[in-house]
Design a protein around this ligand. Structure first.
Ligand code: RUB
Length: 353
């Protein structure tokens, strides 16, 4: 195991061990690296809801492990009863966070496997194995994405990223940060600028922590300094992750992504998105996508301290939509999609058939 691989392994967000789901509690980072253990799928649902585990691919796999726990806990004696219980658990897990499509993808994949089983014990075994397989595939996918993406970055690039699309948003290695890691591993010198990403601070708490952990040169900026650093020529490329990408190339990602993309276009800075094929939603149109609204206290407090008047009205969407004309390229494990996206995304999926 190389030093890099060891580090990625230590930041493994979610894993299965002795019929238990183990997660890093991301709400405690960067101050404490704490692991939590769950034996009940309802606790996994709560962990997804409260951002103990977050990031699109990570919640897809966490949802799958949640269903594996639901199967394991079940006292059902027939296949039909077990499938009914799994459907009920799927609904509870699905309702935790609406925007990242990977959650639905992970849950559906497990339900499909469950339906193929012949009896209760076969189904239980099969869903556990499938969830474990999904976790392994996630890391492999990110490494492939990293290889493709690294070709787009040059020696001495300063790369801006937003939120956390790293090992902590996936099972390991990361999407956007996976590309950054692969670029560094290919021998290129790079620097990273990360936004704090108010209100939950995934940039300062998680991305800054992760990159420092890997000895990658990282500077933190307030979200409000994006225009300043771009106008000063301090950024050569942008890369972000995604929670959902439509067949038209519309990208849903952490709130603030859209304004960074607009600003990048203004300053002629390439704006890339890195996401696995499990982040694509080829069926929906923009009007179908639910943008998660989170609680007002995320905005009216900082570290538990009130920073706004009592009873102030708050708008707190967790995600926004970046339109395709702002996106220079979308990096996936199957290759890089370039505009026009309707054609290039279709081709990527066809190449997998
Ligand atoms: C996470 C977020 C991340 C994407 C990255 O939001 O927006 O940038 O999930 O996903 P939250 P990916 O912290 O609210 O879950 O790893 O696919 O790029």
């Amino acid at each position: 195991m190389t030093q890099q691989t060891k580090i990625h392994a230590s930041l493994r967000t979610v894993r299965w061990e002795n019929n238990t789901v183990i997660m890093i509690d991301q709400t405690k980072l960067p101050n404490k690296l704490v692991h939590v253990r769950y034996k009940n799928y309802k606790d996994v649902a709560n962990a997804i809801r409260t951002l103990v585990v977050r990031g699109a691919p990570a919640i897809g796999v966490a949802g799958a492990f949640g269903l594996a726990l639901a199967a394991l806990q079940s006292n059902a004696s027939t296949k039909e009863n077990l499938l009914q219980e799994l459907e009920k658990a799927k609904k509870v897990l699905f309702e935790t966070r609406p925007t990242a499509i990977n959650l639905a993808w992970g849950l559906e994949r497990i339900i499909k496997i469950a339906n193929q089983g012949n009896d209760v014990s076969e189904i239980k075994q099969a869903v556990i194995e499938e969830a474990k397989r999904m976790a392994i595939e996630d890391i492999q996918t990110n490494m492939k994405m990293g290889k493709h993406g690294a070709e787009l970055f040059e020696n001495n690039d300063t790369i801006m990223t937003h939120c956390n699309a790293g090992a902590l948003a996936t099972v390991g290695y990361g999407t956007a940060l996976g590309v950054i890691r692969a670029t560094k591993e290919s021998g290129k010198q790079i620097k990273v600028i990360v936004t704090e990403t108010r209100p939950v601070m995934q940039g300062s708490r998680l991305t800054a922590f992760e990159l420092k952990h890997d000895n990658i040169d990282v500077s933190l900026i307030p979200d409000t300094a994006v225009g300043y650093v771009m106008s000063k020529g301090l950024v050569t490329k942008v890369i972000v992750g995604a929670d959902r990408i439509l067949r038209t190339g519309h990208v849903y990602n952490k709130i603030g992504t859209y304004q960074i993309a607009v600003m990048a276009q203004q300053h002629k800075i390439p704006f890339y998105v890195a996401a696995p094929l499990s982040t694509f939603d080829l069926k929906s149109n923009p009007e179908d996508v639910i943008i998660e609204q989170r609680k007002s206290s995320e905005v009216t407090t900082i570290a538990g301290k009130k920073t706004a008047p009592e009873d102030i009205g708050v708008i707190n969407p967790a995600f926004d939509m970046t339109t395709p004309e702002l996106v220079t390229g979308i990096i996936t494990e199957a290759g890089i999609a370039k505009p026009p996206y309707a054609e290039s995304i279709k081709k990527l999926f066809e190449s997998r058939l």
